[in-house]
Design a protein. Structure first.
Length: 212
């Protein structure tokens, strides 16, 4: 698949690094193409850089890695995204990281979907830290890092699931896009464990079934 990553911060870099090890073709874009070029140069021939106005034209998947407050503006620069699969990885954090600015009746993913009519928005990757992408996705004892994903279009969810699996993670279908209201608090709790509780960024939530 052709995957466009919007942004080259910690999460954008982590996703690009992981995807560069797969068979997917990766495009990085953003405001500063020089920074994007520096990242692409480290990752090899499967990763290239395109201006924002060209980056989405033939993309199968678009991963939006900007902070939630900047997400819609960053995606708008790509042009018309109707019919495109857009993966939102953000958590709508308050500026002081004390909690979420949205919840209960909507979510970051749902608000982004409202702002992008016709786009097929999927929530994913918001419950793991960027550091996870450079580690072995198998945590040991048969437990892989799980990536929860939620969306309303089944065909789009299958494409996202395929990408997650190719990166070595375990995809977990978390239901419709409205369930991003549940996933984003999990992401916030993971941030609390990582920083406030000082567990570090090598942690990730998992849902474990009991095997009888």
């Amino acid at each position: 698949m052709k995957v466009t990553i919007v942004g080259y911060g910690n999460m954008g870099t982590g996703l690009a690094t992981s995807l560069a090890k797969t068979e997917h073709q990766v495009v990085i874009t953003g405001r500063d193409l020089e920074k994007a070029q520096q990242l692409a140069a480290r990752l090899g021939d499967k990763v290239r850089v395109l201006p924002e106005t060209e980056a989405a034209s033939d993309a199968d998947l678009i991963i939006a890695t900007a902070p939630y407050a900047e997400q819609v503006d960053a995606l708008a620069k790509l042009g018309d995204l109707a019919g495109k699969i857009v993966i939102d990885i953000s958590n709508p954090l308050k500026p002081d990281y004390s909690g979420l600015a949205l919840g209960h009746t909507t979510s970051a993913a749902e608000e982004i979907a409202k702002a992008l009519p016709g786009a097929k928005v999927i929530k994913a990757f918001n419950t793991i830290f960027a550091a996870i992408f450079s580690e072995d996705p198998d945590f040991g004892h048969g437990t892989k890092v799980q990536v929860f994903y939620a969306g309303d279009d089944d065909k789009s969810k299958r494409r996202v699931e395929e990408m997650i699996e190719s990166m070595g993670f375990l995809p977990v279908d978390a239901g419709p896009l409205s369930n991003a209201r549940n996933l984003e608090p999990i992401g916030m709790q993971n941030i609390w464990f990582g920083f406030t509780a000082k567990q570090g960024t090598g942690i990730a939530p998992v849902w474990l079934p009991r095997h009888y």
